[in-house]
Design a protein around this ligand. Structure first.
Ligand SMILES: NC(=O)c1ccc[n+]([C@@H]2O[C@H](COP(=O)([O-])OP(=O)(O)OC[C@H]3O[C@@H](n4cnc5c(N)ncnc54)[C@H](O)[C@@H]3O)[C@@H](O)[C@H]2O)c1
Length: 455
């Protein structure tokens, strides 16, 4: 099939590359000239495991092409994916400017039947608005060419995007047109050889499903984060509680890890957009409001603990920070908790030396010109002479470090662990003052251990 993907970011590039991998002819279009020039030179704008190889292979096979020419894009594919950004507007609603601009372009340039597939995360009712924008584009030219708009929200996870796209759990298609459904079935057939993963539903339900999924996941995280703070007050260990409840198949183990808050380009904005939509129709989502509030508080937890330990005034203190990306295996810093932690520490006069295995270039761009923030070229390099280490992202490379070396490098052996990477007892035995989230720390653990040994 001939496909055009409008918007070549995390979703658009992965979508384009994976469809090309299955033998389709794909043209990825973007308004960002630098991005397209880079892609034509073989440079990827994002870090995503496995993506570079797929892009290179399919460019070489001449199945994957890049362009900034939207007219060329519209003419190329029978199926037109819209995968542009939907960032939060000032009031929290999803900003639909890019989606509607893409739709208008399709209306302005199409000369034959198009199936327009919305992959961006968009509020319920957007398919109608896209349909209308295309109709306007055609009306301006005085033409009437057939087309259909369907919703196909994307569920890939950054860091595992290629794997998720190639082996999806489910493929949601919101459509009310038979021809469109047949095309979508044919397009996705290679991704579901062992079982049917296509869930076909009405367009509005498909649009809402995407927000519902992200809102549910954010809810689990905020619930565990609140439980972690409660566990500390009650002398319990949230990690034991996690194992205890996760083994119930009705609950499952996924997304039950307490930490220093969720971030990224999706959860915060999608929670906001869903809250906004719900308010708009007079059906407020009380649970989701609490989820958002809990997350705002959780992003402050690490800094609160640092202030408890080192005092309000952090002038003259230097902290090492491991992990800048909002989660491992990505270089995405959008809404990352590290940004809150760094901002608050700098505000209080501290200096920060940060390290991330993949996000250094992106961090240099995001934090350009910020004083008292510098970057180390290795995890241990950040520790030298620091008053404490703060762990913000759970990269695999941080999970089994050389504790002796860390102890020697740090000025004070203090670790604030926002991702609960280590065993509190082991940390205490290694001579660290270890501050995890919701876990029983050294004295409490030691007492429990003695009781166990005595028994
Ligand atoms: N990132 C994720 O993990 C993820 C997962 C599922 C769904 N989504 C959703 O997918 C959508 C895209 O997200 P993303 O992370 O890929 O965004 P992104 O910011 O990485 O990429 C969007 C791209 O669209 C381009 N663009 C904007 N307007 C355009 C236009 N009129 N024509 C052509 N290109 C245009 C931008 O230049 C940019 O390159 C969003 O709605 C997001 O919520 C994202």
């Amino acid at each position: 099939m001939k496909l055009t993907v409008v918007g070549t970011g995390y979703v658009g590039l992965v979508t384009g590359a994976c469809f090309a991998e299955m033998g389709n002819d794909v043209l990825c279009v973007d308004v960002d000239e630098a991005k397209i020039k880079g892609l034509r030179r073989g440079e990827l704008p994002i870090f995503e495991p496995g993506l570079k190889e797929i892009v290179a292979r399919n460019v070489a096979a001449e199945r994957l092409h890049f362009s900034t020419d939207i007219k060329e894009g519209v003419r190329f594919g029978t199926i037109q994916f819209i995968a542009v950004g939907t960032p939060p507007d000032e009031d929290g609603s999803a900003d639909m400017r890019h989606v509607l601009a893409a739709a208008r372009s399709i209306g302005q340039h199409m000369t034959d039947y198009k199936l327009v597939v919305n992959k961006s995360t968009v509020p319920v009712g957007t398919a109608d608005a896209v349909r209308e924008a295309i109709a306007q584009g055609q009306a301006a030219r005085g033409v009437k060419v057939p087309y259909c708009v369907v919703s196909n929200p994307e569920f890939l996870k950054e860091g595992a995007a290629v794997e998720d796209f190639m082996r999806p759990d489910r493929i949601i298609v919101g459509a009310d047109d038979e021809r469109a459904v047949h095309l979508m079935q044919a397009l996705y057939a290679p991704f579901q050889r062992n079982r049917d993963k296509l869930l076909i539903m009405d367009v509005r339900s498909a649009e809402l499903t995407k927000y519902a999924a992200n809102a549910m996941l954010a809810t689990r995280i905020s619930f565990m984060n609140e439980l972690a703070l409660l566990a500390e007050k009650l002398g319990a260990d949230v990690d034991e509680v996690r194992r205890g409840i996760g083994s119930d198949p009705r609950i499952s183990h996924h997304f039950l890890y307490a930490g220093c808050g969720y971030g990224g380009s999706c959860f915060p904005k999608d929670v906001k957009a869903l809250l906004h939509s719900a308010e708009g129709v007079g059906e407020p989502l009380h649970v989701l409001h609490a989820v958002e509030r809990a997350n705002e508080r959780q992003k402050q937890v690490l800094v609160d603990r640092i202030v408890e330990r080192f005092g309000e005034n952090l002038h003259g203190r230097r902290f090492a920070l491991w992990g800048l990306a909002f989660k491992p295996d990505t270089d995405d810093l959008r809404e990352a908790p590290s940004r809150v932690v760094i901002g608050k520490l700098l505000e209080r006069g501290a200096s920060v030396t940060a390290y991330d295995p993949a996000a250094m270039a992106e961090a240099r761009r995001v934090f350009d010109g910020i004083e008292r923030l510098d970057f180390a070229s290795s995890a241990n390099g950040a520790l030298e002479g620091a008053d404490a280490l703060i762990i913000v992202t759970e990269w695999k490379a941080f999970r089994s470090p050389d504790f002796e070396r860390m102890h020697a490098l740090l000025r004070q052996p203090v670790i604030f662990d926002g991702r609960n990477l280590f065993d509190p007892l082991r940390m205490s035995e290694a001579g660290f003052e270890y501050v995890p989230i919701g876990r029983r720390t050294a004295p409490a653990v030691a007492a429990a251990d003695l009781t166990r040994r005595a028994a």
